[in-house]
Design a binder for this molecule. Structure first.
Ligand SMILES: Nc1ncnc2c1ncn2[C@@H]1O[C@H](COP(=O)(O)OP(=O)(O)OP(=O)(O)O)[C@@H](O)[C@H]1O
Ligand SMILES: [Mg+2]
Length: 249
């Protein structure tokens, strides 16, 4: 069963006289419980695609269906609710609120949804522990390193236990040990909680956690590779690097 579908998705940005063709007709389907990575050169449209899939921006043409809901027929409030109840988003630029502590930033999706935080404190504590920020919980974003801010953003995306996690370069600012821990966490939440994960990355060692890697080039899907679960990590990384060389030259 598909949980996320993009059909003939295109997105143009108008910059003064200049028109940027960020996505040029993308079909992209994700099954419930699948773990997919999106790869491609800088500027190929990865973040644009992720934002449209999560209903954070509107396509110029085409359609996104998220958890069975066609986003184009919803008004902004309805789309916000569908997103809030189904999607956890990790932004490439983190988007933390500067006046809130790490812990408050993590809890923010629950606060916005009007939930009683006391009921969720154990879960918030567990997430702080998982991302290694227990002793940074009272720090504001400007008192955290880039990698620590990234880990806050990841915990915030997981705090509502969303059916779908969309993560833009979630390991981009992390050392390889922390990056591995984050990807193992996402892999486990896919395997054990049935969460659907879509990760944008340019790093084959990150994409190797996915079941399937979709490659973008100039706003189009240019290829994909799947892993059947029998390969070890090193073999997956090799398969992805070969595909990158084949597709990206
Ligand atoms: N708000 C915007 N206004 C105008 N052009 C934009 C905007 N956002 C993105 N673009 C352009 O659209 C294209 C795709 O951008 P996008 O951010 O999706 O690329 P990306 O694959 O995520 O790149 P990176 O790997 O560098 O993050 C780029 O050429 C970019 O300059
Ligand atoms: Mg990007």
């Amino acid at each position: 069963m598909s949980i996320l579908e993009a059909r003939a998705l295109s997105k143009q940005y108008q910059l003064g006289e200049h028109r940027v063709n960020a996505l040029a007709g993308v079909d992209f389907v994700v099954q419930k419980g699948e773990f997919v990575a999106i790869m491609g050169p800088s500027g190929s449209g990865k973040s644009t695609l992720l934002h449209l899939l999560g209903g954070l921006d509107k396509p110029s043409a085409g359609e996104v269906t998220l958890a069975g809901q066609r986003l184009s027929v919803l008004d902004d409030n309805q789309a916000t609710l569908v997103r809030r109840h189904n999607v956890g988003f990790v932004f490439q630029t983190f988007n933390l609120l500067p006046t809130l502590t790490a812990e408050e930033n993590i809890a923010l999706p629950l606060i916005i949804d009007g939930q009683d935080l006391r009921k969720h404190q154990a879960h918030i504590d567990a997430l702080l522990e998982l991302v290694g920020l227990k002793d940074r919980r009272r720090h504001k974003p400007d008192q955290l390193s880039g990698g620590e801010q990234q880990r806050v953003a990841i915990a915030r995306a997981l705090v509502t236990r969303p059916a779908i996690v969309l993560a833009d370069e979630p390991t981009g600012n992390l050392d390889s040990k922390t990056g591995t821990a984050i990807m193992e966490l996402l892999r486990r939440s896919c395997d054990e909680l049935g969460q659907t994960i879509v990760v944008v990355s340019h790093d084959p060692r990150t994409s190797a956690y996915a079941d399937r890697v979709v490659f973008l080039g100039d706003g189009l899907v240019v290829g994909e590779v799947s892993c059947d679960g029998t390969e070890d990590m090193a073999q997956r990384v090799r398969i992805i690097i070969e595909a990158m060389e084949r597709l990206q030259g």
